[in-house]
Design a protein around this ligand. Structure first.
Ligand SMILES: NC(=O)c1ccc[n+]([C@@H]2O[C@H](COP(=O)([O-])OP(=O)(O)OC[C@H]3O[C@@H](n4cnc5c(N)ncnc54)[C@H](O)[C@@H]3O)[C@@H](O)[C@H]2O)c1
Length: 340
């Protein structure tokens, strides 16, 4: 029995994500919450012939708590997407408060759930959730994840395109580490399961790295004001959620990059910190998942000189993004009493 809950379920990501979770036969209950339209989305999805019982809730009558009751996995794509000309700071100002409120709701109604954060900027929204959970004594770093799977999915796709065969893409695995925005996204192409063509010169390599780092901009531009990646993000979010669900049900050996608090595996993280040469509280690394969530955080391993340069560039930006999230919660609690 697995109950999955989507917060922001009526949105551009939320709807197709809810569809993919409904299509997942391991999900037996699906709770949908949004400030609008969830009854309709739930009614629509409930006609699909798969095991999950679907229910949609709005904020009235304690809808958030009702949606979250008994949740095993909570996925959060609530908030505002980036529009052309909008910076990540602009986005942060709008989404930070939404995430803080939803995290409070989770601390209250589903303190043991696995929480998967999609809402941007992930580098800062994950620390917001953690800080809220700490306030309420429900923080378990093994159960909190920033969803960076879209970067991994893009890397697989773009490398397959370069190899001239998209049918390879499902099997092309490239660890993407660091964080989840711009220069903090570090694809370790030297560790790809499929080597890049030896004919690929430095400028083509740089263009590939840049496309993985800024793939989101490609979509924002093409959508021309109508939002950011939704369908590919829903696919990526459902892939990651499915891995967490399989791990929770006892499957072993599931490894995938995700943005986590490094205290989730202090031993693994100490090797990673040595490699980074700097202490960071959060980092996206290859993580082994298990029944309790994070089992093992892997170090970077052998990386190329180009990749070492990318990691170096990511660190100060990541540190700044993490602090932004932590400070937001500290500031908010200066003027308001943390209340469940
Ligand atoms: N992690 C990633 O790789 C990735 C990729 C793309 C987008 N995103 C982010 O995902 C988020 C959602 O994007 P989208 O395109 O689906 O946006 P959207 O505007 O289409 O949908 C967002 C939904 O959140 C809902 N919402 C707003 N406030 C809420 C609240 N307090 N409680 C519950 N629901 C609330 C809205 O009503 C809306 O239905 C954005 O922050 C976007 O930047 C992340």
């Amino acid at each position: 029995m697995v109950k999955a809950v989507v917060l922001g379920a009526a949105g551009g990501i939320g709807q197709p994500l809810a569809l993919l979770l409904k299509a997942n036969p391991l999900v037996t209950e699906l709770g949908l919450f949004d400030i609008v339209n969830t009854p309709g989305v739930a009614a629509d999805l409930s006609h699909i012939a798969t095991p999950a019982k679907v229910e949609g809730y709005l904020p009235a009558d304690d809808g958030l708590a009702k949606a979250l009751k008994g949740a095993d996995v909570v996925v959060i794509p609530a908030g505002v997407p980036r529009k052309p000309g909008m910076t990540r700071d602009d986005l942060f100002k709008i989404n930070a408060g939404i995430i803080k409120d939803l995290a409070t709701g989770i601390a209250k109604a589903a303190p043991n759930a696995f929480v998967l954060v999609i809402s941007n900027p992930v580098n800062s929204t994950v620390p917001i959730v953690a800080e809220v959970f700490k306030k309420f004594g429900t923080f378990d770093p093994k159960r909190l994840f920033g969803v960076t799977t879209l970067d991994v999915v893009r890397a697989s796709t773009f490398v397959s395109e370069i190899l001239g065969d998209l049918s390879l893409s499902k099997g092309v695995v490239v660890p993407v580490v660091g964080g989840h925005s711009g220069v903090t996204i570090v694809p370790l192409l030297s560790q790809s399961t499929h080597a890049l063509p030896s004919s690929l010169d430095k400028s083509a390599y740089d263009a590939l790295v840049n496309r993985i780092q800024f793939g989101g901009d490609e979509v924002v531009k093409a959508k021309n004001g109508a939002g950011s990646a939704t369908l590919s993000m829903a696919y990526a979010g459902a892939e990651f959620a499915a891995k967490v669900i399989r791990a929770v049900r006892g499957e072993k050996g599931l490894v995938t990059p995700t943005y986590v608090n490094l205290s989730a595996d202090a031993e693994g993280a100490s090797d990673l910190t040595k490699e980074l040469g700097e202490e960071l509280a959060y980092f996206s690394a290859n993580v082994e998942l298990g029944v309790e969530g994070v089992v093992k955080i892997s170090p970077l391993g052998k990386i190329s000189e180009d990749e070492a340069t990318l990691v170096k560039a990511a660190i100060p930006e990541l540190a700044k993004n993490i602090q932004t999230g932590v400070t937001f919660v500290a500031e908010a609690y200066k003027t308001e009493e943390p209340r469940l």
